[in-house]
Design a protein around this ligand. Structure first.
Ligand code: 5GP
Ligand code: ZN
Length: 130
């Protein structure tokens, strides 16, 4: 897609520190990493988000993510892995991508809880109502 940053990275028009690539996806280091070894998996074809992307890409990306996780463990001693995929809100680049964020024993990365939330029972009732 014209003017899409990750399409340009996918095609090689914009350089990236690529650690894995095949016909369907590319995996490269995030330019502003959350932790050492933070990488992004992108499909080479343009999709915007989780609702658009082909299931083939999702399944393939999961296999690639497992291989990359093993690499991160072996080469840079990642102790764990957090997987993030933002959709629309919180999504800076509107080309589907999965964040693989290596975790380390001494890191302090956490998912912040939102304040002023509805009661869990209330949310459950809303989700289950016809
Ligand atoms: P999002 O907020 O869309 O889920 O994440 C976009 C990610 O892309 C961010 O973590 C950001 O650091 C990364 N990013 C943005 N521009 C570039 C770039 O030009 N090159 C690379 N390698 N990463 C980028
Ligand atoms: Zn794109």
């Amino acid at each position: 897609m014209k003017d899409c940053l990750f399409c340009k990275i996918a095609s090689g028009e914009i350089p990236s520190k690529t650690i894995y690539e095949d016909d369907l996806v590319k995996v490269f280091l995030d330019i502003n990493p959350v932790s050492n070894g933070h990488v992004l998996i992108i499909p080479k074809k343009h999709y915007e988000n989780f609702l658009d992307v082909d299931d083939e890409i999702i399944l393939h990306s999961r296999e690639v993510a497992k291989k990359v996780y093993v690499l991160l463990k072996e080469k840079i001693n990642a102790h764990g892995l957090t997987i993030v995929q933002n959709n629309f809100h919180g999504q800076e680049v509107k080309h589907y991508h999965i964040h693989l964020i290596p975790r380390y024993l001494d890191d302090n990365i956490e998912m912040k809880r939102q304040e002023n939330k509805l009661d869990v029972e209330e949310i459950y009732a809303k989700l289950k109502e016809d």
